[in-house]
Design a protein. Structure first.
Lengths: 388, 133
C-alpha cells in the first residue's frame, strides 16, 4: 500500500515567537495547534488523531491531549529528535490511507532559548541508556558530534570551510526577508569563517540558532482537503529510518537520508531533478551538505561543490532551500527543526512564501529531517509533496 | 598556534548491568572488546547480546590497544579547556568514541596512528583514551 495521493497537508502554522519567557511549553503547543487548525479552516473537534514527540511535556500525547481537550482515535509519540515531525507526517498519511482517521494534528514547541540551552553542554539522560557509559566521559556535545562528521567529510572528500560557509550564506540571504528570523543580516563566506571556532571545523556561524517557539501541521483525507479553501498540498511519498554506530562499524560520511531518499522518491514517482524547492534540515552547515548528497541531488562527496557560489539561494541557485532562513538563521524551536521544514515547503507549494524567495511555479517540494545526533544515532525522514 | 593538551574533569561513566568488567579491566590498563562466538563479529560498545546476530554467546577479549583516528574535533568553547573528541578505529576493526590526549591537539589528524592510555575520571574510574603512537 502506498500513501501517494492518499493524504494532504491542509494546515500549517509557525509560531511567530522566538523568545517566550512567560509561556509554558504546553501553552506554546496549544497555540501552535490553534494556529494550524485556523489556517486549515477547521475546528478543534474535527481533529481525530494527534502526534507529538519528546518536546511535549510529561508523557506527550496524554498530557497534551488533556491540555487541549482532544478526543482521539489515534495517537503517536514517536521520538527521534528534530525529524520526529516528518515521521509523524508519514505515520498520519499511513493512518489516513488505511481509513483509520480523517484529520491529524502534529505539534512541536519548546523554549530552549529561555531555558539557556547550549550546543556545547554534555546532556546525559541518566542511567539505563546503554551507550552513555562509553560516551559521556569523552564530552560529546551537540556541536562536536556534527563537527566530527564535517572533519571526516573534509578529509575524505576535500570539502572546505568555504563550501560549508556557503550554506549559511544562502540561508542568510533568505532570512533577510523574514521579520521573525533570529538572524536577519546577510553574511558573507568570510564572515562565517572569521566567526569564532566552536569545535573544529565548525565556526559559530556554521551552527543553527537557539530559539523558542514551535509549529503545527494538519494532515487530512483528500475529500476533506478539497472541501477546504486552502491551496492543495498532496503528499506523494515519505520514508523514515534510524542510522547509528552499526555495532562499531562507524561511518560518518552518510546519513539516514541515503536510505529514506530513494524510498520516498520511489513512492512519489519523481526524481531529485524534478524537485523545485527543498527544505533540508540545517542544524549545522555540514548536515545540509551530507543530506543533499544522500538524497541524490549530487554525488557523494560533491555536496561542498554543489552548495558553493550561491546554488542554494532562491532565484539564482539551482536548488532553492530553506527560504524561511532555516534553522541556521530563522528558527530552531525546541532544538528541533523538522516541523519548520515542512511548514516552509507548504508555504512554497501554496505560493505563500515571501515574494522575494518564492520559487516560481513551485509544484514539487521535498522536506528532509535529521534528528538526534549525526555523529552517533539519528533518525532521518523524507516527505515529498506536490501542489495539486 | 598550538593547543597543548590539558587535563580536564572527566565525568564518571554511569554503568549499566554488565558494564563492570570493561571498566575493571581499564583500571588494570587493559582495553576490552566483546566478540560473538556465533557469528565471529567483534562489536563496540560492548553489549550482552551481539548487535550483528542477537546471539548471547558474546565474551570479552582484550584489544591490542592500537588503531587510527577515524575522525576528531577539538572543542574550543563551552568548557574550561579545549579537548579533542574522536572516533578511533581499533586494529580489531571497530571504532570507539574517545579523546585524544597528551599531545598538541592542533597536530591531530584523521588516519593518524594512536595507542591507548588511561585517564582517571572525577570518581577515579580509568577511562580509555588515545595518544599518538
Amino acid at each position: 500500500m502506498s500513501i501517494n495521493g492518499k493524504a494532504y497537508i491542509v494546515g500549517a502554522f509557525e509560531h511567530p515567537t522566538r523568545k517566550a519567557p512567560d509561556k509554558s511549553v504546553a501553552q506554546l503547543h496549544a497555540e501552535c495547534a490553534a494556529g494550524a487548525i485556523a489556517d486549515a479552516g477547521l475546528t478543534k473537534n474535527d481533529i481525530d488523531a494527534y502526534y507529538c514527540a519528546g518536546d511535549a511535556p510529561g508523557s506527550g500525547v496524554l498530557n497534551m491531549s488533556n491540555y487541549m481537550g482532544l478526543r482521539l482515535k489515534h495517537m503517536d509519540a514517536t521520538d527521534c529528535g528534530g525529524t520526529s515531525y516528518l515521521v509523524h507526517v508519514n505515520h498520519a498519511a499511513q493512518a489516513i490511507a488505511m481509513g483509520k482517521i480523517s484529520i491529524a494534528l502534529i505539534t512541536l514547541s519548546g523554549r530552549p532559548r529561555s531555558e539557556g540551552s547550549s550546543g556545547t553542554v554534555v546532556r546525559s539522560r541518566g542511567t539505563g541508556v546503554p551507550d552513555e557509559p562509553f560516551e559521556i566521559p569523552y564530552g560529546p556535545v551537540t556541536v562536536n558530534m556534527y563537527a566530527m562528521c564535517a572533519m571526516r567529510h573534509m578529509h575524505q572528500f576535500g570539502t572546505t570551510s568555504e563550501q560549508l560557509a556557503w550554506v549559511k550564506v544562502a540561508a542568510s540571504h533568505h532570512a533577510q526577508y523574514n521579520p521573525n528570523a533570529v538572524l536577519q543580516e546577510v553574511v558573507t563566506v568570510k564572515e562565517v569563517i572569521d566567526s569564532p571556532m566552536i569545535s573544529d571545523p565548525l565556526h559559530r556561524l556554521d551552527c543553527c540558532v537557539v530559539s523558542d517557539g514551535g509549529g503545527a501541521l494538519i494532515v487530512a483525507r483528500p475529500e476533506i482537503a478539497k472541501s477546504l479553501k486552502r491551496p492543495l498540498v498532496k503528499i506523494l511519498g515519505a520514508a523514515e529510518a534510524p542510522k547509528h554506530q552499526m555495532g562499531g562499524k562507524v561511518d560518518l560520511t552518510y546519513s539516514a537520508a541515503k536510505w529514506t531518499g530513494p524510498r520516498a522518491f520511489e513512492e512519489a514517482k519523481v526524481k531529485p531533478a524534478d524537485i523545485k524547492y527543498a527544505s533540508i534540515y540545517d542544524s549545522f552547515t555540514i548536515t545540509v551538505i551530507m543530506q543533499l548528497e544522500d538524497l541524490g541531488f549530487c554525488k557523494k562527496g560533491e555536496g561542498g561543490k554543489f552548495v558553493s557560489d550561491g546554488n542554494l539561494i532562491s532565484g539564482t541557485g539551482k536548488l532553492p532551500f530553506n527560504t524561511d532562513g532555516g534553522g541556521l538563521c530563522n528558527n530552531h524551536p525546541a532544538n528541533r527543526g523538522g516541523i519548520t521544514k515542512v511548514i516552509e515547503a507548504v508555504r512554497q507549494l501554496r505560493g505563500e512564501a515571501h515574494p522575494k524567495v518564492q520559487v516560481k511555479n513551485c509544484n514539487l517540494a521535498l522536506a528532509h529531517g535529521t534528528g538526534g545526533s549525526l555523529g552517533t544515532r539519528h533518525g532521518g525522514a523524507t516527505v515529498i509533496m506536490e501542489r495539486e | 598556534m598550538a593547543t597543548p593538551y590539558k587535563d580536564r574533569k572527566i565525568a564518571d561513566p554511569l554503568l549499566n548491568i554488565g558494564d563492570e568488567p570493561y571498566y575493571e579491566a581499564a583500571g588494570q590498563g587493559k582495553l576490552l572488546l566483546k566478540k560473538c562466538a556465533a557469528c565471529g563479529e567483534v562489536h563496540f560498545y560492548p553489549r550482552g547480546i551481539c548487535p550483528f546476530c542477537l546471539s548471547d554467546k558474546v565474551s570479552w577479549q582484550e584489544a591490542k590497544g592500537t588503531g587510527t583516528i577515524y575522525t576528531y574535533s577539538v572543542t574550543r568553547r563551552g568548557g574550561p579547556v579545549p579537548y579533542c573528541i574522536a572516533y578511533v578505529k581499533l586494529d580489531e576493526g571497530v571504532s570507539m568514541m574517545t579523546n585524544i590526549v597528551d599531545c598538541d591537539l592542533d597536530t591531530v589528524r584523521c588516519d593518524q596512528k594512536v595507542k591507548v592510555v588511561f585517564k582517571k575520571s572525577e570518581g577515579g574510574v580509568s577511562i580509555p583514551m588515545f595518544t599518538p603512537a
